[in-house]
Design a protein around this ligand. Structure first.
Ligand code: TPP
Ligand code: SF4
Ligand code: MG
Length: 331
């Protein structure tokens, strides 16, 4: 009789998710680790897009970066080393209504997970994949990675990495059906956020390589890039990133790059004196495997029941056959 009728005063349709709604455990990454900046950007995206936590999934492999799902207050799957992508594809094919994100390390994606990486690009499923590229195996204490630069001293290459580093961007751009390829640097948070937002809005496999600092094992590695803004080549375009005036004052090295220009994207990806920041390539016309499969067969409750019954029928015992067997045994 006294007080508010809460049933009536709270309109559940008007639920607003704040940043805190996406935050979970306190991250256990080292202070200054670039993974913290990536997490903050992704939580901001979820808040801005008002993604319902129960409709959002983060899938990872194994590595420092792969602790990501523990820090998101959404569904999550901390998988196996190198296997984040097939797990995410499995989730998406069965639950197309979910927003699926993948967080992988450079070792996860480009070493043990290489086959999955290549085929995930070709399958072009509607998933956002982020590679936290710190050029090292962080979790296993500083082993060489395919993206480690030549000469880098690590615990498995104490005299320096022998090979030239694998170029993640040119490799991705070279795969059939590549539909969205972007590059970001975690120390430019505004552009990191804008790039992840563009990736989220792309229908298809959105591949974002993020240059990520590992101050614990490779302190100062990225200092020349972080301290000299001209080492970042900002890619701007009306169909890509639009950079604010404030950022332009700092990041003057810009190129207007049309993300539909694959040849120029490949040239930019090959630059090794600057870090391109922006959308290298976007093609909305490539078909998605999840859409193709959906068009062929809609899994209604009826169809599921029918399929289950067909399976059970394989184990059914025909009464005529069992009678014949019984009388044969008796004679
Ligand atoms: C099948 C398998 N092989 C090897 C390992 C050991 N292992 C765990 S994480 C990792 C590399 C992590 O490096 P990266 O993927 O770059 O992630 P980071 O820690 O740098 O974020 C390795 C080799 C494992 N857990 N499982
Ligand atoms: S070891 Fe490197 S990558 Fe791992 S949490 Fe620490 S700073 Fe980050
Ligand atoms: Mg790594």
């Amino acid at each position: 009789m006294f007080g508010l009728n809460l049933q009536r005063s709270i309109d559940l349709d008007e639920q607003y998710y704040s940043l805190e709604d996406y935050q979970s455990n306190v991250p256990r990454w080292c202070p200054g680790c670039g993974d913290n900046a990536i997490l903050a950007s992704v939580q901001r995206l979820c808040r801005d897009e008002q993604l319902p936590p129960e409709k959002t999934v983060f899938v990872s492999g194994i590595g420092c970066s792969s602790r990501f799902p523990h820090y998101m207050n959404t569904y999550g799957f901390h998988g196996l080393h190198g296997r984040a992508l097939p797990i995410a594809q499995g989730v998406k094919i069965r639950r197309p209504d979910l927003q699926v994100f993948v967080n992988m390390g450079d070792g996860d994606c480009c070493s043990i997970g290489t086959a999955h990486w290549i085929h995930a690009i070709r399958y072009n499923m509607d998933i956002v994949a982020m590679v936290h590229d710190n050029e090292i195996y962080g979790l296993t204490k500083m082993q060489v990675s395919p993206t480690s630069r030549q000469g880098l001293k690590t615990n498995t290459t104490p005299t320096g990495a022998y090979m030239k580093a694998l170029n993640i961007l040119t490799a991705t751009l070279g795969v059939t059906n590549a539909s969205f390829v972007a590059n970001a640097a975690e120390w430019i948070p505004d552009l990191l956020h804008d790039i992840i937002r563009e990736a989220f809005h792309h229908k298809g496999f959105s591949f974002v390589r993020i240059v990520q600092r590992c101050p614990h094992y490779l302190p100062n590695l990225y200092d020349p890039l972080v301290t000299d803004p001209n080492k970042a080549l900002i890619l701007t375009h009306e169909n890509g990133l639009q950079i604010s005036e404030t950022l332009t004052k700092t990041y003057k090295n810009q190129e207007e790059h049309d993300p539909s220009d694959l040849n120029r994207a490949r040239e930019i990806a090959q630059m090794d004196d600057v870090v391109p920041v922006g959308i290298l390539y976007r093609n909305e016309s490539i078909e998605c495997y999840d859409t193709l499969r959906k068009a062929r067969r809609v899994f209604t409750a009826e169809l599921r029941k029918e399929a289950l019954e067909q399976e059970f029928d394989k184990f059914a015992i025909d009464p005529l056959v069992s009678e014949a067997v019984a009388s044969e045994e008796a004679s």
